[in-house]
Design a protein around this ligand. Sequence first.
Ligand code: HEC
Ligand code: HEC
Length: 215
Amino acid sequence: MRIDNLKDRLYRGLLAAAMVALTVTGARALAQGAPTPPSQARALAIGVCGTCHGVDGNSTNPMFPRLAGQHAWYIEQQLKEFRDHTRGDPYAVAYMYGMASQLSNATIDALAQYFSHQKTGPGKPHPAAEVAAGNKIFHQGIPAQGVPACAACHGPQGLGSKMFPRLAGQHAKYIMKQLQSFQSNMRQVAIMHGVAATLHRAEMQAVADYLASLP
Ligand code: HEC
Ligand code: HEC
């Protein structure tokens, strides 16, 4: 409990610092209305977003999703959903609503270009039994529970495409939390609600460990 409070305060501190940086850097980007130059997006990505997501999008803290190599279209879509308040689990509300509220479409576009072009890091080793079980779910689904193969949409290596996010190398904890949010409809996405509806916790954990182990 104490540790949670401490962590919470630390993250709030990050958020406050990032909001100040955003006001300083972001305001100018907004005022222009014209396309945001890549150099300005880079400064914003490193100085603001990088506080949590890592300057190259390869965050080390599992609370903050990796953005490196994520598809630009998907990043744009998510930022617009945070800005429109349509992606609504508690972390999204606490951390990303404020961030996205300041961003113009042009800046969102430029930030998505920046992060989608960053090199992804290596996968992280996870327990072999979990990884094997997750590999099976990812490629074959769980027919008895009506769970489709994840690979059908997210690609055989979890690399995704356009609207289907890259999952390879994403933090297991983040994946786990999103699957639970889809299941409870806290993050309302019809496709993923259907996919996650009958998944048990251990199955989510296995598939999350498998994905986090991929490069
Ligand atoms: C204070 C920390 C913090 C800062 C600064 C921050 N974010 Fe986030 N971001 C988060 C958290 C936490 C989440 C995960 C929300 C959730 O769990 O649903 C997130 C989620 C996202 C997602 C969704 C990723 C996915 O895989 O669906 C995108 C895209 C994103 N942030 C982009 C940005 C950009 C661009 C900036 C800079 C303008 C930024 N973030 C600044 C904390 C932060
Ligand atoms: C029919 C297509 C489809 C299938 C099958 C599917 N997904 Fe998805 N998934 C999507 C789409 C589309 C999104 C993006 C949702 C959005 O726009 O917010 C998504 C998003 C996700 C996310 C959130 C990623 C992020 O960065 O926040 C996770 C995690 C995920 N899927 C895991 C899985 C797993 C695990 C399986 C298999 C058990 C699976 N998906 C099967 C279509 C699919």
